[in-house]
Design a binder for this molecule. Structure first.
Ligand SMILES: Cc1cc2nc3c(=O)[nH]c(=O)nc-3n(C[C@H](O)[C@H](O)[C@H](O)COP(=O)(O)O)c2cc1C
Length: 179
């Protein structure tokens, strides 16, 4: 039986909520990214990384990659949480912004919509959102996506849903059956 390690980074709790749903559906050991160095990666066959996306970048991914890229025999899965609703365009942009072509072949990627939590956000993140909101507000001829984003980021919201994890759970179960 293959064993699974799930590493995550969650600043405002959305990714952690998805981690909790995943661990209810499948057995795995869970550790936050800052404790990754305490885990013996060689013990696990499948390593999952989950984090939120900030300005197109998957939080903590660089640190995670540095640790796992040399582990050639491991199956690596990444899930990303983001405030925007899923679209092919967004998914493609996330891939292009965060992975080299080689890495794309190795890392299986999933996207789960989450939301925004201004109450739990740090000061610098809050300031960044404020600036982004202002830029969009002042922009003439906003695209539909920009218009939707502008409305969405004006306050906290939570569009997370347990059903979004289904494709990931199915994928993990397939990996477990194959082993
Ligand atoms: C500074 C900042 C930038 C963000 N940028 C994006 C983004 O580019 N795309 C997106 O879909 N969501 C974006 N979000 C929303 C987060 O990705 C979302 O809240 C995520 O689930 C946070 O995960 P966490 O609470 O586990 O850290 C951003 C949030 C913040 C605070």
């Amino acid at each position: 039986m293959e064993s699974i390690l799930l590493i995550y980074k969650s600043k405002t709790g959305f990714t952690k909520k998805y981690v909790d749903w995943i661990t209810e559906a499948i057995t795995c050991r869970v550790i936050p990214l800052d404790e990754m160095n305490n885990a013996d990666m060689n013990t696990y066959d499948i390593i999952i990384y989950g984090a939120g996306i900030h300005a197109g970048r998957i939080q903590g991914l660089k640190e995670f990659k540095m640790k796992v890229l040399s582990l050639v025999s491991k199956k690596i899965v990444v899930f990303v949480t983001g405030g925007a609703p899923y679209s092919e365009e967004i998914f493609t942009n996330i891939k292009m912004n965060n992975y080299s072509p080689d890495e794309l072949n190795r890392f299986k990627l999933f996207y789960f919509q989450s939301g925004l939590n201004y109450e739990k956000m740090g000061l610098s993140d809050k300031a960044m959102m404020k600036i982004y909101h202002k830029i969009l507000e002042l922009k003439k001829n906003r695209s539909d996506i920009e218009d939707g984003t502008n409305k969405a980021i004006s306050g906290s919201y939570d569009h997370s849903s347990r059903e979004y994890i289904e494709p990931l759970i199915t994928y993990l179960k397939q990996l477990l059956i194959k082993s």
